[in-house]
Design a protein around this ligand. Structure first.
Ligand code: SF4
Ligand code: SF4
Length: 123
């Protein structure tokens, strides 16, 4: 909430105990499924992969940015954050060796994600 009107509107909404109709619930679940579908990679940030990367990439953080970027349909947060990274730590520094994938318990295709992210970022 960023202003008084929004606060008042939210208070009005939550004062009333009115469950969603079946149709509203269906719409909400469809929207939620779409949001989850857009979060493309189930990285749990376990960091198992990090010590296996010959380029020393911070894979979980890059994947978090990748997910955010996909989720927001190319939002500005990832490019802005990554613009402060040195070139050798960007997704484009990935050499596609797949050492990380061999140890990832989520079986994420990390090298493909890095390549796709690099194209999307154009950096
Ligand atoms: S595929 Fe890329 S991210 Fe994975 S270990 Fe190799 S260089 Fe690092
Ligand atoms: S090993 Fe897989 S799940 Fe764990 S941080 Fe790396 S990419 Fe994410």
């Amino acid at each position: 909430m960023s202003n008084l009107d929004q606060i008042k509107e939210n208070i009005r909404t939550f004062q009333e105990e009115k469950p969603l109709s079946e149709e509203e619930m269906k719409g909400l679940l469809t929207m939620a499924e779409e949001m989850v579908r857009k979060i493309v990679l189930p990285c749990t940030a376990c960091h198992y992969c990090v010590s296996h990367c010959p380029r020393g990439l911070d894979i979980p953080t890059l994947l978090a940015f990748y997910n955010e970027h996909c989720f927001t349909n190319g939002g500005f947060i990832a490019p802005m954050a990554l613009s402060s990274y040195p070139k050798e730590k960007l997704p484009s520094a990935c050499v596609g060796c797949r050492s990380c994938e061999a140890v990832c318990p989520q079986q994420i295709k990390i090298s493909e994600a890095m390549s796709d992210f690099s194209k999307k970022l154009n950096m």
